[in-house]
Every structure is written in structure tokens, then in C-alpha cells.
Design a protein. Structure first.
Length: 141
């Protein structure tokens, strides 16, 4: 059951991170006003999802979320952020699609977004698991 909870939290963290990174890309880079912000946001989210899938970021963060057992609230967010930075660097080197300032304008806000989303996810997971443990322990009276 704990693995299911960890994967549920990972999925929610990932969905929120992809959404907010996509939104951040639109805010920093701008968007085509003739196509509308909704369509541009969908394109941006799709691009971020492609990045996450093609570099293996989704797989490595899912595995880390399931096996990481440290109770410190900041340990997994640091790991996920480092994985994001490594995978984004692999993506940029593989495709040679941008210059260094463009990479940093994606990596810095993206890394911060991943850290915040995973920190909140770690908090939610801790609360969820502790609530279930309190329910599972019989009352000694």
C-alpha cells in the first residue's frame, strides 16, 4: 500500500511540476497571441512531457520516489531537483537546440519548480502515511 501512495504522490508532483514549468516557459519566453494562451500552454506542457519522457526523467524520479525512505522533508526534493538538472542538460546536449542562456532560463525556474512540488509532495506523503499509521494502531483502552 505504501508503494501505491508513493506512486500517487509522485504522479501528482510530476503533473503539477510539468504544468508550472510549462506555464513558466510561457511567462518567460512569451507566446503567440494569435494562437491563444490555452493552445500555447498545451504545446508547452506537451514539450515538457516529451522532455521528461525522452530523457528518462520520469522513470528515474518514479524509482527514486518509491525507494527513497529518508524522513527528512528536503532530501527527496534535492534528489529530484538534481535529477531534473542532469536530465535537462542531457536533453540540451543531445539536441543542441539552444544556447546557454536559454538553457539556464529553463533549468533554474524548472529546478525551483521541481523542488517546490516535491517538497510539498513529501509533506503530503508524510501526513498521509502518519494518518494511516494512527488509524492502524488499535486504541489501548
Amino acid at each position: 500500500m505504501l508503494i501505491g501512495k508513493r506512486l500517487t504522490v509522485w504522479l501528482l508532483e510530476t503533473l503539477f511540476a510539468v504544468f508550472f514549468i510549462g506555464l513558466g516557459c510561457l511567462l518567460f519566453a512569451g507566446y503567440d497571441k494569435t494562437r491563444g494562451i490555452g493552445r500555447e500552454l498545451l504545446f508547452s506542457i506537451t514539450w515538457i512531457g516529451l522532455f521528461a519522457f525522452s530523457t528518462g526523467y520520469l522513470f528515474t524520479t518514479a524509482v527514486c520516489r518509491v525507494i527513497w525512505r529518508d524522513l527528512r522533508p528536503w532530501s527527496y526534493p534535492i534528489i529530484a531537483t538534481v535529477l531534473f538538472l542532469i536530465h535537462s542538460q542531457v536533453f540540451f546536449v543531445s539536441f543542441r537546440s539552444s544556447s546557454e542562456p536559454q538553457e539556464l532560463s529553463f533549468q533554474i525556474p524548472g529546478g525551483l519548480t521541481v523542488f517546490v512540488c516535491t517538497y510539498v509532495g513529501s509533506y503530503v506523503l508524510r501526513r498521509w502515511v502518519s494518518a494511516d499509521n494512527k488509524l492502524a494502531v488499535p486504541d489501548p483502552r
